[in-house]
Design a protein. Structure first.
Length: 193
């Protein structure tokens, strides 16, 4: 077969098979990569957004966080996400863990865990006890006591009718990194984030 005086050789069967095999390899690698990323973000990491002002000044409305639950054991100071089942998930700070004795000062001047006043340099506003009361209580087994950093505008464990002690099984995970806004991206280490 010739075309304008030049001989054009049809692609050999071997070349066609090689091209198709290359395409299958590429598609297979792409599918594997997508499945791997989906598994990582399903079982190891998730993204959540902060809604509202209950974590001011630490976190702001619209911040985006990376969370994990892999091998996670809650400890005081951690920022956690709580599944409220019939409501938006809550972003709060762990104040006390199971077995801790907790008391909130009636004048809003402090929180005491195991008899020691917490140093809470990350909070905004006074910490009033709400319906939790001022009597010392022990955090039940398998539970946590959580509060927002913006103490005067936070739905948290002090509201015993709607939140109360939080079951560890209701934790979605621990916030480990704020990635948005990009200018404020940082690791969240449980202190002032």
């Amino acid at each position: 077969m010739s075309y304008r005086g030049r001989h054009v050789r049809p692609a050999s069967i071997k070349e066609k098979q090689s091209a198709v095999a290359g395409l299958y390899d590429w598609v297979g690698a792409a599918i594997f990569s997508l499945a791997f990323v989906a598994l990582v973000f399903t079982f190891f990491f998730r993204f959540v957004g902060v809604v509202g002002k209950s974590m001011l000044p630490t976190l702001h409305d619209g911040d985006r966080l990376v969370i994990t639950r892999l091998f996670y054991q809650p400890k005081r100071g951690d920022i956690v996400i709580i599944n409220m089942h019939d409501d938006e998930p809550l972003v709060k700070r762990v104040i006390a863990v199971e077995g801790d004795r907790l008391r909130i000062d009636e004048e809003g001047n402090g929180v005491y865990v195991n008899g020691e006043k917490l140093t809470e340099f990350y909070i905004q506003g006074d910490t009033y006890p709400g319906s939790f009361g001022t009597q010392e209580q022990t955090v039940p087994d398998g539970c946590l006591f959580v509060m927002g950093d913006n103490r005067e505008h936070s739905k948290d464990s002090r509201d015993t009718a709607n939140v109360g002690f939080v079951k560890k099984s209701d934790l979605v995970g621990k916030a480990i990194f704020r990635f948005y806004p990009f200018s404020q991206a940082k690791v969240l280490d449980g202190s002032a984030a």
